[in-house]
Ligand binder design. Sequence first.
Ligand SMILES: C[S@@+](CC[C@H](N)C(=O)[O-])C[C@H]1O[C@@H](n2cnc3c(N)ncnc32)[C@H](O)[C@@H]1O
Length: 348
Amino acid sequence: MTNDTKFTTMLGAGAYNANSSLQLKAVEACFKLLPITKPHLNSEIITIVDYGCAEGFNSIIFLEKLVEMFSLPSSLSIIFNDTPANDFNSLASTLYASSLVTTDRVGPRIMPSFVPMSYLEQVQPTNSVDIGLCLTSLNWLSCFQSIRSSPLSEAQVSAVAKQDLSTFLGARYQEFHPGGNLILSIPIDGEMTLKAVHRALERAIHTTFGQSVAAAYQCPSYFRQSEEISSVLQAFTSKWRVISQFEQNIEHPASAQFRASLMEGPDQPSQAALQACVKAICSFILAVFGPTIINTARAFGETSADGKTQTNQELLEMIADAYQEELLQVDWRRPVGCRFSLLKLQRV
Ligand SMILES: C[S@@+](CC[C@H](N)C(=O)[O-])C[C@H]1O[C@@H](n2cnc3c(N)ncnc32)[C@H](O)[C@@H]1O
């Protein structure tokens, strides 16, 4: 976690990588969108951009699959993009531990680069990109990047969601070669939901930091209705063609594992299985929302004890303790996860 005040971020130092198994399932669902039709090539280099890469572990799994498809060009330029607040040091460690850049790999040579910019701007030169990915990131809206004193209404958030997706597609239209492919996985509203664990988080924020922080806190992730995505795509038909699109429910692996344990054992769920599930969900939610919670607590609450300012780590431990207590009250017989819209678009 960095101190950039304009942008919030995922927890860094490996915490996002280690606690994003739900997002990894969404990456695996995107394999169904492969193969990519041959991009428009006017040189020996193929340029791939990962928009909203975080610490990279999940995207690199997709990129490894993607680069297997290309034997011809001598070089693949892979550009990792995220906001300047992202932990790019951790991304570098993840990348250099992966097979993408090992010296003995067969296939095209990979040339990586990092671009710390908001993808709501053009981040690459005009007509330069062949393939783009944006995986589990477009739910993170521009209005949630900085801390606000009071939550926005649903109508305001929905308007920002529409504007952000339009701005994103407009910027990519500038960057892509005609014929280039864009893979998107977007969390949406549906029957598979994280609502129960979000409500538990709100109660834990209230218990830990008090009413003023709880009143200011707003979950920084927006789950669009499918129609909100289709209406934006409709407005872009002259720029982006939908090649494939499907929706999929993705249960968090910890929820699935706990529910599987109910099938095996006696009537009472095992305490150990429940504790493991609660711990995993707590780490997952705090890896994504922890920095926003800390920023909100610092802006609107009391974050000193015994005359000393509490560290981010201390604040995280406080919220984690309260959150795990709340998560024990959730009905874990119901699946917890998220519905995703998965899309392959082609630049007209
Ligand atoms: C939940 S993570 C997803 C990371 C990775 N793609 C995956 O599938 O695990 C969302 C990422 O999107 C990034 N993000 C959100 N808004 C962004 C923006 N406007 N520009 C660039 N990155 C953004 C966040 O900083 C975060 O790292």
